[in-house]
Ligand binder design. Structure first.
Ligand code: AMP
Ligand code: MG
Length: 489
């Protein structure tokens, strides 16, 4: 009998021991499913109902069959700018790799599975609260089309976990194209393990980017891909108003997937200096700092790759970051605003829009969505969001004038109906506001998981009207705007 109904492999365990420690999961008491991501499960060849029996035992870490090794990865990383050599999977284990319908192999990781050699002072556990946040946000990001790790399922338990208060120990089944972080490379560089550093780069190329082998400088080519994927990911964050909160290099996926959800937040009112992480006193990871920090992190990675790649090549590819990010951001914003042709005055139009949103404390998501609804609603629906209606009107007139200049590929003017319909595919009606997650968490902590299910379903198709769910698109209440999300998880 195979362990799972899907194909399961373990290529990471074929690497030598400096890459990981073999660790068995430490079972939690009386685990039960909070939710199971049926769509993703089916895509991976897993059942579309809650796994039971041996399958559940394996997925929840209750039983570790001798046929399947589970391991904690070793990595290091820069945390808030300081190097920490002692990191690694401190509470998560790689269960193996599963094959998606597309043929692609995806990591299956169990977060909250107990102590590992890298747990340091931690208890190896994850609490229900933070597990729900990661589950919902990674799925919300996937719904928005933003590169991200995914969530396959979530379990809670009777195991008590101590944070600011006693909480329930929980487990998250995370699926990712890779769990290799910038910090994996940093670990081998700073410990002077050069053959392992090279082997890691070889495996990244073999597993994810074999076309790099066609280049006469495969490692430089690999680095240029990391630069590109990171730039694109951060462009998405900036365009959709997502703040990650803990952009340490150990939380940066080598493949540019949004990774390790902690005290993240989506912008409510447009405030570029928004800091979602309550413990980030200096604002290092403030919303508008994310592009700069992306470059800082890539520079840290470049330093670790210096034994494999010439300095001039590293500098050349780092030098491409800003323009790659700018190009992607501009493309995403053009989709959001329905302005596909390029026009010199656009950068001024974009700039004044952001200024106006900031000055008037306008809800970013709501503004963009209302702008996409001008085929059915009067312009007042947008102006009503501003304190300074006159200034809003001036900008809107300029914007609508600019829209009138848009033509399709046949040279025909783009109608408001067509433009708005397209724009709604890029401007979500629903995002995971912190207060929505909080309501779902509070219910779940009372044993009622229904709101988690509702949000997970809603956020799968955030661009659709889903009129019976209008209330979820409401602006946040004051308490929701002022919520402070701590790092404890
Ligand atoms: P994070 O802030 O979640 O990215 O975690 C940073 C590092 O701390 C990683 O090496 C984690 O594995 C580890 N860590 C976080 N929480 C715990 C915990 N409760 N027990 C053990 N290790 C942890
Ligand atoms: Mg982390």
């Amino acid at each position: 009998m195979p362990l799972l109904s899907c194909k399961l492999s373990h290529r990471f365990s074929s690497l030598p021991t400096p890459f990981y420690s073999l660790v068995k999961p430490q079972p939690l008491l009386n685990t039960r499913w909070v939710t199971w991501n049926r769509d993703l499960a089916v895509n991976l060849g897993l059942p579309d109902t809650y796994p039971t029996g041996k399958e559940k035992e394996f997925l929840s870490g209750e039983v570790q069959p001798s046929s399947q090794l589970t391991l904690a990865m070793k990595y290091a990383g820069h945390q808030f700018g300081s190097y920490n050599p002692d990191l690694g999977d401190g509470r998560g284990l790689l269960l193996g790799e599963v094959q998606a319908e597309s043929g692609e192999w995806l990591d299956l990781h169990l977060k909250g599975a107990g102590l590992t050699p890298y747990s340091r002072m931690g208890d190896g556990r994850a609490v229900l609260r933070s597990t729900i946040r990661e589950y919902l946000c990674s799925e919300a990001m996937a719904g928005l089309g933003i590169p991200t790790t995914r969530a396959l399922g979530m379990l809670t338990s009777d195991t008590e976990v101590y944070r600011e208060k006693v909480e329930s120990g929980a487990l998250l089944l995370r699926v990712a194209k890779s769990h290799i972080r910038f910090g994996h490379f940093e670990h081998f560089f700073y410990t002077n393990q050069m053959s392992e550093l090279k082997l890691l780069a070889d495996k990244v190329i073999e597993w994810y980017w074999p076309d790099c082998l066609e280049s006469d400088k495969p490692y430089a080519s690999m680095f240029s891909k990391v630069v590109e994927k990171t730039a694109e990911m951060i462009a998405y964050w900036q365009a959709y108003g997502f703040a990650h909160g803990v952009m340490n290099t150990d939380n940066m996926s080598i493949l540019g997937e949004t990774f390790d959800y902690g005290p993240f937040g989506f912008l409510d009112d447009y405030d570029p200096s928004y800091i979602c992480n309550h413990s980030d006193y200096q604002g290092r990871y403030a919303f508008d700092q994310q592009p700069r920090i992306g470059l800082w992190n890539l520079s840290a990675l470049a330093h670790s790759l210096s034994p494999l790649v010439d300095r001039t090549d590293l500098e050349h590819h780092l030098g491409q970051y800003e323009s790659k990010l700018g190009r992607k951001f501009s493309q995403l914003m053009r989709n959001k605003l329905g302005l596909h042709s390029k026009c010199e005055k656009d950068s001024q139009l974009f700039h004044s829009m952001f200024e106006l949103l900031h000055q008037n404390r306008v809800d970013y998501t709501r503004f963009m969505r209302e702008l996409s609804n001008l085929d059915s609603k009067p312009i007042d629906a947008v102006m009503d969001l501003f304190i300074d209606r006159d200034a809003a009107k001036v900008w809107l007139d300029l914007y609508l004038e600019r829209c009138d200049e848009e033509v399709d590929s046949n040279g025909t003017a783009v109608s408001t109906t067509v433009r708005c319909k397209q724009m709604r595919q890029h401007n979500p009606k629903y995002i995971l506001r912190n207060y929505l997650a909080q309501i779902a968490i509070e219910k779940a902590e009372q044993g009622d998981f229904s709101e988690v299910e509702v949000l997970a379903e809603l956020l799968k198709t955030p661009f659709d009207e889903q009129s019976d769910k209008n209330a979820y698109a409401n602006l946040p209440p004051e308490w929701g705007k002022e919520m402070e999300i701590s790092c404890s998880s």
